[in-house]
Ligand binder design. Structure first.
Ligand SMILES: Cc1ncc(C[n+]2csc(CCOP(=O)(O)OP(=O)(O)O)c2C)c(N)n1
Ligand SMILES: [Mg+2]
Length: 280
């Protein structure tokens, strides 16, 4: 399936809504899941897989493919839902998430079609993506490498080591996205370890920076498609998001981080995701 065919499956908003509903279903299973951080990046994942990335589910190991790494690997349920919707494996397989024998575990592994590297130990994805970008450069390939980082994850020193390396190597086929939902495991990032002005920080490390709404998939797709924004510089898209976006009883709350939905909350979540009847 090409990206154009994938887009034909519905508007980006409709795809993002399907991804969120799969996440809700998975988080109602025995394993529970990182719902909040999967919801905050659902629109970015939609934009990437349904508009931006040059990937082919029929040929997941195509050497010319773009690479995507979910550095915040705990948001695995969001990645699984996206990969399944995009055709990397059957949507029905999502029901196996977290169950004995399933390849869909709490954090992503290479056994899952479309997953480039196992992730979940925070702080490693940017360095890995630098490696992909460098390898592509040496091989003379034009492909781009994308990586999605959590904002709490930015407290890992290894992120900034990699940021320095990417800028000094002039890796302009590398694109980082920061899921700036303002929350980490135990509370607000700005209370625990202030990061603002975040855009200035990245700029001072030699990156081209854009700071945007993270819940407008079409606009996100335009920004990501246009990278590199400045020749010779890696790009970082800071996406302003809400953890648990779309679920009134969890949105913006640290409690959304890891959730096992009760039957009642599963129903409430599905009701919240259902398109509103505009006829009144
Ligand atoms: C190296 C490392 N330390 C701690 C953890 C445990 N952990 C999992 S998620 C998380 C919070 C991450 O916050 P953030 O990056 O902001 O993610 P998001 O808000 O998008 O869920 C932590 C501390 C981990 N996965 N890896
Ligand atoms: Mg966060």
């Amino acid at each position: 399936m090409t990206a154009t065919q994938a887009q034909a499956q519905g508007t980006l908003e409709a795809v993002a809504a399907r991804i969120r509903s799969h996440v809700v279903d998975m988080c109602a299973g025995p394993e529970g899941g990182h719902l909040g951080g999967a919801f905050s990046c659902a629109d970015v994942l939609t934009a990437l897989y349904f508009s931006v990335l040059n990937v082919d589910p029929e040929r997941p190991d195509d050497p010319d493919r773009d690479r995507f790494l979910l550095s915040k690997g705990h948001a695995a349920v969001g990645l699984y839902a996206t990969l399944a919707e995009r055709g990397f494996f059957p949507v029905a397989e999502l029901a196996s998430y977290g169950r004995p024998g399933s390849r869909l575990m709490g954090h992503p592994v290479r056994a899952v079609p479309g997953v480039e590297m196992p992730t979940g130990s925070l702080g490693h994805g940017l360095a890995l993506a630098c490696g992909f970008a460098l390898a592509n450069r040496y091989a003379g390939r034009d492909a781009r490498s994308f990586v999605l980082l959590g904002d709490g994850e930015l407290q890992e020193g290894s992120v900034w080591e990699a940021a320095i390396a990417a800028a000094s190597l002039r890796l302009d086929r590398l694109v980082a996205v920061v899921d700036r939902n303002g929350l980490q495991l135990t509370g607000a990032t700005e209370r625990i370890a202030p990061m603002e002005p975040l855009a200035d920080r990245w700029r001072s490390f030699g990156w081209a920076v854009r700071d945007v709404d993270g819940h407008d998939p079409a606009a996100l797709a335009d920004h990501l498609s246009a990278a590199p924004w400045e020749p010779g510089r890696p790009s970082v898209l800071i996406t302003r998001t809400v953890k648990g976006q779309g679920l009134p009883f969890l949105a913006g709350r640290a409690a959304s981080h890891y959730v096992t939905l009760s039957e009642r909350n599963h129903a409430r979540a599905m009701a919240a995701l259902r398109p509103k009847d505009t006829d009144g």
